[in-house]
Design a protein around this ligand. Structure first.
Ligand SMILES: NC(=O)c1ccc[n+]([C@@H]2O[C@H](COP(=O)([O-])OP(=O)(O)OC[C@H]3O[C@@H](n4cnc5c(N)ncnc54)[C@H](O)[C@@H]3O)[C@@H](O)[C@H]2O)c1
Length: 335
């Protein structure tokens, strides 16, 4: 069987490490992780024990470095996940978001297009075995608040609200242009809020779990009634692998579960699980909640329609919120 030579950018991040772990189970996948190890990265010790894994510490914005890496590694697939991904940080200081998310994506799109074109010329064929899979976000649609039952479809217009989501939408524009002009074999995935093992402790679910366990207050933006769709990271990983194996070039897919919930209700759900296991003794979850001023420009609701990926690729998110939260709590307890 032909081997896949796969680059994951941001393979030490939350979704990237879960994706790498799953891909490494198949010996036909040779994985190279390119990551410059920001504060959001994890130690990749779990990955290093696989002989089909290698790592290069590099910043994706450096085109010459990236071009050399492609020349040496000869990938046929790139999963592009490297990003500055924390919305609060993008409000506080946006320059790294512009540089990594926009310039970094441009650098990869440009280098991969050129690499493919020169490989095809030197092999004198047009083999179409190449894919550039970009992991965008449901946040590119902006606030889905007014139309209560409406879910965003892939061809809806993009109206990002935060510095973070504006850089993700910008990257999508670059990728579409490079697809049309330079035949970059791109596919775009837009996942909803992910949770699970290896997520950075600044993010909502890890923060809620750790504050309950440490018996400290949980800062909650505004009313806490904001609505998000939550997907377990291992379901997202399965979707990305389906995209690698089955998707046609040029497609865009929303990737979400069917589970939406208000932030405060999610806090209660996590509290219920911890209480049942005797990990919190205070029965009143509300006493942990500390309402703080709302985030600037905060979107009230994200909600995306996932019928397209379900029907095209026969993918479905399988993990219930109860099982996903249980596995996540166990992971943080082990850590
Ligand atoms: N986590 C979510 O809920 C979620 C939801 C939708 C979309 N996404 C998108 O999925 C992707 C992965 O998200 P995540 O939660 O794993 O992010 P993360 O912040 O946990 O990890 C990002 C990784 O990228 C690396 N990185 C950052 N800048 C880099 C640079 N200039 N060069 C090389 N590496 C760099 C970091 O070191 C880190 O390991 C991101 O593009 C994000 O926008 C995430």
């Amino acid at each position: 069987m032909k081997k896949n030579r796969i680059i994951i950018t941001g393979g030490s991040g939350f979704i990237g490490i879960n994706l790498a772990l799953e891909l490494l189970q198949n010996k036909n996948n040779i994985i190279l992780n390119i990551d410059n190890l920001t504060y959001a990265s994890n130690d990749d010790y779990m990955l290093r024990k696989y002989s089909n894994y290698s790592f290069i510490k590099e910043n994706i914005i450096f085109k010459n470095k990236i071009a050399n890496i492609l020349k040496k590694f000869k990938p046929n697939i790139i999963f592009h996940l490297a990003a500055e991904s924390h919305v609060d940080r993008s409000i506080f200081k946006s320059n790294n978001f512009i540089s990594t998310n926009i310039i970094g994506t441009y650098s990869l799109a440009e280098c991969f297009s050129k690499y493919i074109s020169s490989t095809q010329k030197s092999n004198n064929n047009n083999n179409n075995n190449f894919k550039f899979i970009y992991v965008s976000t449901d946040e590119v649609y902006g606030d889905n608040f007014l139309k209560k039952k409406y879910r965003n479809f892939e061809n809806d217009r993009l109206l990002p609200s935060s510095p973070y989501s504006s850089t993700k939408a910008s990257s999508e524009m670059i990728i579409n242009a490079w697809n049309r002009t330079f035949k970059l074999p791109a596919i775009i995935c837009r996942p909803s809020n992910n949770y699970g093992p290896f997520q950075n402790k600044e993010k909502f679910i890890p923060l809620v779990i750790s504050n309950f366990l440490q018996n400290t207050k949980i800062p909650v933006y505004g009313s806490g009634k904001q609505i998000r769709n939550w997907i377990f990271v291992k379901d997202t990983v399965k979707a990305l692998i389906k995209v690698m194996n089955k998707s046609k070039i040029g497609k865009i897919y929303n990737v979400s579960s069917d589970f939406e919930i208000e932030n405060l209700k999610l806090i209660k759900l996590i509290h219920d699980q911890l209480s049942k296991r005797g990990l919190v003794t205070n029965k009143n979850y509300k006493s942990f909640v500390n309402h703080v001023p709302d985030r600037l420009g905060h979107d009230f609701r994200y909600s995306i329609d996932n019928k397209k990926i379900k029907s095209d690729l026969k993918w479905n998110s399988k993990t219930t919120i109860a099982d996903g939260i249980k596995e996540t709590i166990n992971w943080y307890l082990d850590k």
